[in-house]
Design a binder for this molecule. Structure first.
Ligand code: HEM
Length: 483
């Protein structure tokens, strides 16, 4: 009998319903390559809270605003521990000392101290304001670079990744790491970060059968550790120099590294925290901008409305010095509606990051046992026709004009950044940077597809990983702006 029809389990100790597991492998074969889509299908069959067995591991999935609110608000305290995949190459004791993303629990003091450092120092309203010039400068350089490419085909993802990565590396270390011209360093860094993400999301036998943890049968954990050390090498020399400089001549904080040092972080903590920040803050922003540009090319009406808004509200670009005012850009209503609509249809974290139940608890009449992995299918919620009644799979920024719905963790129908304790602390940065880059791209250039390709025929496939990327990179041709 399917589990959801079974009457034998007492209502007190009943797991959420779900597809019947096979012996040993459980429901592993049910997930497929696009887990967010398979899980959406199961939620249609079994309801907003379902459970599956992945080997010996239990996975609970929330797929409605009500279920998400139960997990991320009502039971936030018990359900916001982190499920740490085996490919993350440190044990939980060590992670709890140096991680924010992969800290295994929220009751740990170090995680609380890191969150406070983000809230009060790194991304406080005052800090965000004072960092704007750094981001504006980087975006102006991106525009200058693109001015040299008029009429040529460029990969939007690549150019934007360089702008986003180097903005962050300037905020963190006061220096560029990548540059716009394709270089070996840029390619190596990009592929390192991408590979680390891939390692974290590759199906790993050691996750499904914890008895195999020590063996690391696919070698994913060993490879991850090697790659982490390659990345640390990028910033370790600067950290060393900075420590020496501050010892000789103590001064106030000018970038994140100074803040880390002021807070007494050791080298290990700085290495891992920097790695987490670069991985959490670069692919997510880049994917959002690439999807937004894709949707704008396909939806000419939205593109034209945005162009008119930018023309009316932002001063004309000066050739070669196309500086856009970040605080003006992020106040524009239509541009913001575009960002929301992009994050609704293409949330970079379609299942958020995996949570873990630190204790057993009752959710919607079912038991979520201690140790279960919990995800929220934000992707499915964003496309649910009972939640989004007006053509949920179409790109319509207008749905957010005059609407109060926002992504700041209060509205459970729109959760690209999550909600509750684990909600993304990078929201203040993302909500400044994404509109700024989009405004600069659309204000300064007219864009078209190469070789007269038809926008209606664009490939919209997604590549599922920790971030949901566009499978085929968006290639566009910048032309001189006719605005
Ligand atoms: C479009 C941009 C972004 C999106 C959609 C996004 C989304 C998310 C999501 C879904 C989570 C997991 C929430 C959960 O576990 O419930 C998360 C966590 C996190 N994000 Fe972001 N993020 C973005 C940008 C950034 C940026 C720019 C930074 C910083 C530079 C950042 C730093 C973090 C950190 C440190 C965490 C871990 C928080 C914790 O576990 O306590 N994110 N983000």
């Amino acid at each position: 009998i399917p589990r959801f029809l079974s009457t034998s389990a007492s209502s007190k100790n009943r797991l959420p319903p779900g597809p019947n597991p096979w012996p040993i492998i459980g429901n592993l074969h049910h997930l497929g390559k696009q887990a967010h889509i398979s899980l959406q299908r199961f939620s249609h069959l079994y309801g907003p809270l379902i459970s599956l067995r992945l080997g010996s591991q239990l996975l609970v999935v929330a797929s409605s605003p009500a279920a998400a609110s139960e997990i991320l608000r009502t039971h936030d305290r018990l359900l916001s521990a982190r499920y740490v995949p085996t490919a993350v190459p440190y044990d939980t004791v060590e992670l709890d000392r140096k991680a924010i993303v992969w800290a295994s629990s929220c009751s740990n003091d170090q995680w609380k101290a890191f969150r406070a450092m983000f809230r009060n120092q790194i991304f406080s309203a005052k800090a965000i304001e004072s960092q704007a010039a750094v981001r504006e400068r980087k975006v102006a350089q991106m525009v200058e670079f693109l001015e040299g490419k008029l009429g040529e085909t460029v990969s939007i993802g690549q150019v934007v990744f360089a702008a986003i990565f180097d903005s962050l590396s300037n905020l963190m270390l006061s220096r560029d790491c990548i540059g716009f011209e394709t270089s070996e360093t840029a390619n190596r860094l990009k592929s390192l970060i991408w590979r680390l993400m891939e390692l974290g999301t590759s199906p790993n036998l050691a996750d499904f059968f914890p008895v195999l943890k020590k063996l690391d049968p696919q070698g994913l954990r060993r490879e991850a550790l090697r790659r982490c050390h390659e990345l640390y090498c990028v910033w370790q020399p600067y950290v060393k120099q900075r420590r020496e400089r501050r010892r000789r001549d103590p001064y106030g904080a000018e970038d994140f590294l100074d803040i880390f040092l002021e807070n007494g972080l050791d080298d290990d903590q700085i290495d891992w925290l920097s790695l987490e920040l670069f991985s959490a803050g670069t692919d997510t922003n880049t994917a959002t901008i690439e999807w937004a540009m894709t949707e704008l090319i396909r939806n000419k009406g939205a593109m034209e409305k945005l162009r008119q808004e930018l023309k009316a509200e932002l001063s004309p670009p000066l050739l070669g010095k196309s500086q856009i005012d970040e605080s003006a850009a992020c106040r524009l209503p239509y541009l913001n509606a575009i960002v929301k609509e992009t994050l609704r249809l293409h949330p970079p974290g379609p299942l958020l990051l995996p949570h873990r139940a630190s204790e057993s608890c009752e959710v919607m009449g079912y038991t979520v046992p201690e140790g279960a992995q919990i995800v929220v299918n934000v992707w499915a919620i964003s496309r649910d026709p009972t939640v989004w009644e007006d053509d949920p799979t179409s790109f319509k920024p207008e749905r957010f004009i005059g609407s109060e719905v926002d992504f700041r963790g209060q509205d459970f129908e729109l959760l690209p950044f999550g909600a509750g304790r684990r909600m993304c602390p990078g929201v203040p940065l993302a909500t400044r940077q994404i509109p700024l880059v989009l405004a600069a791209l659309v204000r300064n250039f007219d864009w078209c597809l190469p070789d007269g390709e038809d926008p209606a025929e664009m490939d919209m496939s997604e590549k599922f990983g920790i971030t949901l990327q566009k499978e085929q990179p968006l290639l566009l041709v910048p032309n001189r702006s006719s605005l």
